[in-house]
Design a protein around this ligand. Sequence first.
Ligand SMILES: *Cc1c(COP(=O)(O)O)cnc(C)c1O
Length: 394
Amino acid sequence: MNKGRFGIHGGQYIPETLMNAIMELEEAYDKYKDDPEFNRELTELYNEYAGRPSRLYFAKRMTEDLGGAKIYLKREDLNHTGSHKINNVLGQMLLAKKMGKTRVIAETGAGQHGVATATVAAMMGMECEIFMGKMDCERQALNVYRMKLLGAKVHPVEEGTKSLKDAVSATFREWTRRIDDTHYVLGSVMGPYPFPGMVRDFQAVISREIKQQIMEKEGKLPDVVMACVGGGSNAMGAFYHFIEEPSVKLIGCEAAGRGIDTFETAATINTGKIGIFHGMKSYFCQDEYGQIAPVYSISAGLDYPGIGPEHAYLHDSGRAQYVAVTDDEAVDAFEYLSKIEGVIPAIESAHAVAYAKKLAPTMDKDQIIVINISGRGDKDVAAIARYRGEDLYE
Ligand SMILES: *Cc1c(COP(=O)(O)O)cnc(C)c1O
């Protein structure tokens, strides 16, 4: 396989102005990824700052209620800043420090990745600037304030649909303007090589822990590991150490929005075609002319028109399966998990919970499902109330 390729996907489709920055990153990552001291420092940050390892929790009432496979929740929602995003941010920013960078920039959609980046920048004493679609700034005003509180500068992006894809484009543009002291902390397993593999490696701590924890609790591997998929980082992290275990079924849950037969969807594998965007070849939601199509999901974190190239490859090879889950199903699952387990999941993670609700009853009682709960749902409570037509202030 060519460097940076996952089957035909991936690669490094970048303008010449970014070549130096990407080559510098590639060299640094090659140098540090197997360096024992780098990995010792990273593990210490994971444990002491992010609160790892995250729990693998047996969902007893949900298991009994569905009457099929045993269900475990991988609790990434319990990490500092409330999602899996911190795993990648800690890895990239430790690397950026080793590279002598003093400033980081990042894109954000709902604000989770921006908050994680601003948080770690504060902790490491680095300058931080976040690019966020103007529309997302308005929808997620609380996270904008949170980032400012953490000392970051937030730039509203006015181009295009003023959402996540435009924020990614704006951050790449900013990086080409200033690479000497600046690292771009990309938030998912996407973009040009080496980002997809590097972000996956930093998130792979999730499946490393699941494997160890399930062996301790059950003495065997799970039958299914499932996760929601936006760019695909929490899913790649949850899948990675099971890819070479053929007995473990891997299921990614995409956001169908209002349905995959409507234009209001973000289900990339289910509705997209092969294309090249944001430095990579992969599947993208496109119009008939190959332009990137506007996408929609109730979940801002899954609202991206592409998917990481390694997922595209896992789909092509048949190793992983990608299913589409609608807004309605996700909202039902959000409420279901809150009531039955006392765990309010992120609306993104609720997409995986929704599919588990369908799948578990079709499986035997001695089989095991692990659902990656990528984040906590506090940020979504107001939006869910609105979805249900309830007024929060009454
Ligand atoms: C950002 C985010 C996602 C989507 O990103 P992936 O790279 O697909 O993991 C999912 N869940 C939560 C809680 C997020 O913050």
